[in-house]
Design a protein around this ligand. Structure first.
Ligand SMILES: Cc1ncc(C[n+]2csc(CCOP(=O)(O)OP(=O)(O)O)c2C)c(N)n1
Length: 698
């Protein structure tokens, strides 16, 4: 049901948009006492830890005080409720700002934890970490990525609203607020995602630019002279320029103005003084990334008129900050709306809950089993990227939460399927994103969509361009975001485009990243199993590494098909009971080479007995029990050959001292794919020859 964005402007039932802004009238104690609580907590925690960043929290304290106390819809007792506003601290080095806000508002974050800022095992780590501290919506620290996540969250809100809201039932209706600094603005990712956010007209995204003119190296004028307001206007944002970031009324008015924008994201450019309140250091880079020092801390206390010892907040200020009562009221109001929605739209309601909880539709597993069997029965020789497209055709209709796209390589990545509906500015609905050539934005936005909830994002590019998005992949893994990373053109076999496009080290890089599950399937069946594993995984990203070129369908008995999901399995070995002499382990396009070589030697005069193990996923295999692993790779068989058209590094542990590896530890070359492969030793003739030598070595 496509919904025009413009039509979402006014609804008759109370929503976050209606409630916020009148959540709490400003009360005594005054604004500055309240914001000084943030300043003092932040400088004291950094001083105590002897490390951290006091300048930004002190500079943004006034903005944060107005936003959190007067606008933000949140419930400290239930940080996860579905329709809360999202708050993202993209300049995550100022983490003490967020910890102060969470503590003061009444989240489960004690003063003791603030006192132990940056200490091992505490919920106040150096940078905000998702899943560690209640109320932290995303892990931030790598500059610019918080803004990007926020764009993903705002897009998620817009799409969920289009899908689930009904007249008088604005069940999904919240803002996404994000703080960012000069560092975030300088990072290229801010350009990529600001461009997309403007294109999508994300009216409920409100960004606060901490324009304090200072970064680590000093005054930014020497390296940041962009006209930021003009830049964002050019992207289609609504910009409120020259906001005095220390004047609560100016901040309030700017937020109100931003909230009037239904068709454009807003950037509030706030002039602030870094380290505001520290009489001798404010306005200087000295406050950015280290303790103020005992003397300056004392001077700041005096300048602010703050008489309490460290980590003590006067009762009246604590009470004025508490958001627990207001928060409960807001949440309960929404829950009442939701309960009525459930009565009126029971199916939609249960679908909403299913998606928010990240559960798969009933019957998915049975459907997947059937599809995998069908692939084995009817599959043909196609590229695994094409097989991936077939998986989308099959799994896509079962999963309305699937939202995907490509970084301008849709036809090559086979990411666009027949049920794809492109997201544009004109329609808030859709499930396919043309990210343009913006790999980093694609991955960070996928993280934002996953963190918001309600979506299973996937995105495609060439494996070699994973480099452009590498940090976002790492963040997805660190946060445990469920996303599917589709990387096609997975080796030098892509051919003529040459070494700029030919990945070498990328597979190893993915495998070395903790919590990324990596699959490199060899045919349609393994691709269908890999997709299924990616969909069923709930605690992290899965990378599907796919071939450009066609690969034959491998023969498997039903019991073999069942073992594919274990990450590595016996694909072929000569019949008979005699002991095996060697084994070959291969992945993806190299599996066929292994089969040809092993069979050639089986059929040779001496009938050599070589097992072929297909290992589409090292990490999944490594999670299997020892008995299974040793049944597939018996320790007694020490003559082992690994084949993979990528870096050799990861294979030594599998082949051991007596083994051999056919891999690629140099850059590739331009030429037809088959010729390039043969040039680097990936032909059945060369593999057979290597296998013979291995067997000869005794
Ligand atoms: C991608 C990335 N590069 C570098 C850093 C190291 N770093 C942390 S803060 C910072 C400067 C940020 O300046 P600004 O946003 O102006 O912060 P402020 O001085 O206002 O606190 C840098 C370079 C980082 N965290 N992330």
């Amino acid at each position: 049901m496509p919904t025009q964005i413009a039509k979402r402007k006014r609804k008759s039932a109370p929503s976050n948009s209606d409630l916020a802004g009148c959540v709490r009238p400003p009360v005594e104690p005054g604004h500055f006492e309240l914001s000084n609580a943030i300043r003092v907590l932040s400088m004291d925690a950094v001083q105590q830890a002897r490390s951290g960043h006091p300048g930004m929290p002190m500079g943004m304290a006034d903005i944060a005080t107005v936003l959190w106390r007067e606008f933000l819809c949140h419930d400290p007792a239930q940080p996860q409720w579905g329709n809360r506003d999202r708050f993202v601290l993209s300049n995550g080095h100022g983490s003490m700002l967020l910890y102060s806000l969470l503590h003061l508002s009444g989240y489960d974050l004690s003063m003791e934890e603030l006192r132990h800022f940056r200490q091992l095992g505490q919920r106040t780590p150096g940078h905000p970490e998702y899943g560690v501290t209640p109320g932290v919506e995303t892990t931030t620290g790598p500059l610019g990525q918080g803004l990007a996540n926020a764009v993903g969250m705002a897009l998620a809100e817009q799409l969920m609203a289009a899908k689930f809201n009904r007249a008088r039932f604005p069940i999904i209706d919240h803002y996404t607020y994000v703080f960012l600094g000069d560092g975030c603005q300088m990072e290229g990712i801010s350009h990529e995602v600001a461009s997309l956010a403007g294109r999508w007209g994300l009216g409920k995204l409100i960004a606060f630019y901490d324009d304090n003119g200072i970064s680590i190296d000093g005054c930014v004028r020497g390296w940041l002279s962009d006209d930021t307001p003009m830049r964002f206007r050019a992207y289609g944002w609504h910009v409120v320029d020259e906001v005095d970031g220390h004047d609560p009324q100016a901040i309030r008015e700017a937020i109100r103005e931003a909230r009037q924008q239904s068709n454009a994201p807003s950037l509030l450019c706030c002039k602030t003084v870094i380290g505001r309140g520290a009489p001798n250091k404010q306005g200087s880079a000295a406050t950015h990334g280290g303790p103020l020092g005992e003397g300056e801390v004392a001077a700041t206390r005096e300048a602010l008129g703050w008489n309490e010892p460290p980590f003590v907040v006067p009762k009246a200020i604590g009470q004025a900050w508490s958001a627990t009562q207001q928060g409960r009221a807001l949440r309960e109001r929404w829950e009442t709306l939701l309960a009525n929605y459930a009565k009126k739209f029971p199916l939609l309601h249960s679908e909403l809950l299913r998606r928010q909880q990240g559960e798969l539709p009933k019957g998915f597993a049975a459907d997947a089993d059937e599809f995998i069997e069908q692939c084995q029965r009817d599959g043909t020789a196609i590229a695994t990227r094409q097989a991936s497209g077939q998986c989308l055709e099959r799994y896509g209709p079962l999963l309305p939460e699937l939202i995907g796209g490509s970084a301008d390589l849709s036809p090559s990545n086979n990411t666009r399927w027949s049920g794809s509906h492109i997201i544009t500015n004109d329609e808030a609905a859709g499930n396919y994103i043309h990210f343009g050539a913006r790999e980093f934005a694609m991955t960070t936005i996928m993280n934002g969509l996953a963190l918001h909830g309600g979506f299973l994002p996937y995105g495609g590019t060439f494996l070699v361009f994973l480099d452009y998005s590498r940090s976002a992949v790492r963040m997805a893994a660190l946060m445990g975001c469920r996303c599917v990373l589709i990387y096609t053109h997975d080796s030098v076999a892509l051919g003529e485009d040459g070494p700029t496009h030919q990945p070498v080290e990328h597979l190893s890089m993915l495998r070395l990243t903790p919590n990324v599950s990596v699959w490199r399937p060899c045919d349609t069946v393994e691709t269908a199993v890999a997709w299924r594993a990616a969909i069923e995984r709930s605690d992290g990203p899965t990378a599907l590494v796919l071939s450009r070129q066609a690969l034959p369908l491998q023969m498997r008995a039903p019991d073999q098909v069942a073992t594919v999901s274990r990450g590595a399995y016996i694909l072929w070995e000569p019949p008979g009971e005699e002991p095996l002499e060697a084994l070959i382990i291969a992945t993806g396009s190299e599996v066929e080479l292994a089969i040809v070589a092993a069979q050639a030697l089986a059929n040779s005069k001496r009938s050599r007995r070589v097992r072929v193990v297909s290992m589409p996923s090292m990490d999944v295999f490594e999670r299997q029990d020892k008995e299974y692993r040793q049944a597939v790779l018996p320790p007694a068989i020490t003559r082992r050959l690994a084949i993979e058209a990528g870096s050799s590094g990861m294979w030594h542990k599998y082949v051991g001292d007596r083994g051999r590896i056919i891999a690629l530890d140099s850059f590739g070359a331009s030429g037809p794919g088959g010729a390039v492969l043969a040039h680097f030793g990936f032909s059945s003739k060369q593999v057979t020859a290597q296998l013979r030598q291995l067997l000869k070595a005794g």
